[in-house]
Design a binder for this molecule. Structure first.
Ligand code: PBG
Length: 329
């Protein structure tokens, strides 16, 4: 006796719980999987090691300790790193000149890593904020009509020089994160053969807080809203992506990841190139803090977060959980 309309696509003929009954069944029909090959571990390199016990994975490591960490990561199966340099305060200046020095901190780390770990993909973040005394991502105009303002075109050449110095030291890929207009083109012109992972849709986000503590790169005055994107905009993100591709980008990145999954999906649907997401420091720190207070399980929350980022359309993911993921998988 059927008490429901006899529609084979509806309940009771259809019961979606049938495929959720066992772990084996769930696994057979799973649509999104995490694969360590898609993950990039960010590392911070400085002249000395400063361990960050609250946010392991976000410690500043000396070149020797970066080498040891890379050995360990490679042993776990991690295949790609993203390097950030943290110079000493006295090395910083108005222009951020230690960013492109031949024996700058990232360049030294690259040479050491390249020699010891030829199989690792070494990507570098290209930006000036860690290297400038004022903490902005480019050359500063101080007394403009709107106070401090970062000068776009004057910054491009410095970014291109930085990128070249990284490649000369052994970088496999360049990831410009400064958000100047035209920087992908400026780098592409001097590096025709090197993959560029463009931080294309990079938002002016509160979720970079822990990163700026570790990298000592918070702006001394003002904020980054004059060059990073307004969190309210998604169509503008697509224009950023289009421009970066036209200038020669190989991979488009959306950053942060979790609060911007809609942007990630929009970029995925519109473009055929590989799409990256940056699961940023604040996304990681929030879960760590909640786990430390017993509010949630870090492993489960991290795996769920990373799965969501993949499901939204990311081909590759930059995440501080990469090392943990290698153990969890
Ligand atoms: C440099 C840069 C930042 C991040 C990546 N590259 C900081 C910023 O833009 O202020 C943030 C990464 C993170 O929060 O994990 N411009």
């Amino acid at each position: 006796m059927l008490t429901y309309p006899c529609d084979m696509s509806a309940f009771p003929a259809t019961r979606l719980r049938r495929l959720r009954r066992t772990d084996g069944l769930r696994s057979l029909v799973r649509e999104t999987r995490l694969d360590l090959d898609d993950f990039v571990q960010p590392l911070f390199v400085g002249s000395t090691t400063v361990r960050n016990e609250e946010l392991p994975g976000m410690s500043r490591l000396s070149v020797d300790d970066v080498l040891a960490e890379a050995d360990e990561l490679a042993g776990f199966g991690v295949r790609a790193l993203l390097l950030f340099g943290v110079p000493e305060a006295e090395e910083k200046d108005e222009e951020g000149s230690s960013a492109w020095e031949e024996d700058g901190i990232v360049q030294r780390a690259l040479r050491a890593l390249r020699a010891e770990r030829p199989e690792l993909v070494l990507a570098t973040d290209v930006c000036l904020c860690e290297y400038t005394s004022h903490g902005h991502c480019g050359v500063l105009l101080r007394d403009g009509p709107h106070g401090v303002e970062v000068q776009n075109d004057e910054t491009l050449d410095l970014l291109a020089r930085t990128a070249v110095s990284h490649v000369e030291a052994g970088a496999d890929a360049i990831a410009p994160s400064d958000m100047m207009d035209g920087r992908v083109g400026a780098i592409r012109e001097v590096l025709p053969d090197i993959p560029i992972v463009a931080y294309a849709a990079k938002y002016a986000s509160a979720f970079y807080g822990p990163f700026r503590d570790v990298a000592e790169s918070a702006p001394a005055e003002g904020d980054r809203r004059g060059y990073q994107m307004d969190p309210a905009n998604v169509r503008e993100a697509l224009r950023e992506c289009e421009l970066d591709l036209a200038e020669g980008a190989d991979v488009l990145m959306v950053k942060p990841a979790l609060p911007y999954l809609d942007v990630l999906r929009a970029v995925r649907d519109r473009f055929e190139c590989p799409v990256a997401a940056y699961n940023v420091s604040g996304e990681y720190a929030m879960v760590k803090a909640a786990a430390a207070r017993g509010h949630l399980d870090e492993r489960q929350a991290a795996l769920e977060s990373l799965t969501a980022i993949k499901r939204a359309g990311a081909d590759l993911v930059f995440s501080y959980w990469t090392k943990d993921l290698a153990r969890w998988l």
